[in-house]
Design a protein around this ligand. Structure first.
Ligand SMILES: [Zn+2]
Length: 133
């Protein structure tokens, strides 16, 4: 089994609702998304997938949709206030945890045709969450 992994850095803000702790307050992270693709056999170029293809497909989406945005649960009262100020937000159906973001990037990768096997989102250098399809 071969695998390749591409790291994509992005910045985002969020907060967790129905949560008792510091993360219930708006704050930000310098995050890294790691996108892993596996294959039993290599293509004619001896690659699992071109790193450039992962970058083209996923980094562009992350840069456009998540980078330097507030990622919030759809019913967060902050959403209305931020939208009225013209601030960019990305809304999720559930709390924007690192686990949820890993699942989001995994699903988007699959939607874009990338046969991703695993996505890890590093919220800090010592805290990360992984979704394996
Ligand atoms: Zn956080």
């Amino acid at each position: 089994m071969y695998s390749v992994t591409k790291q994509i850095e992005f910045c985002y803000g969020h907060r967790l609702l129905d949560y008792d702790g510091l993360c219930s307050h708006p704050h930000g992270h310098n995050a890294v998304a790691e996108i892993e693709v596996r294959a039993d056999v290599l293509d004619r170029l001896n690659m699992v997938v071109d790193f450039g293809d992962i970058k083209r497909l996923i980094k562009e989406w992350i840069d456009r949709e998540l980078d330097h945005r507030m990622i919030l649960r759809h019913d967060d009262p902050l959403v209305k206030a931020l939208q009225e100020m013209g601030e960019p937000v990305y809304l999720l159906d559930s709390n924007p945890t690192a686990e949820r973001l890993a699942r989001l990037v995994f699903d988007i990768s699959r939607e874009k045709g990338l046969p991703v096997s695993k996505v890890t989102v590093w919220e800090t250098p010592s805290s990360w969450a992984t979704y394996v399809g």
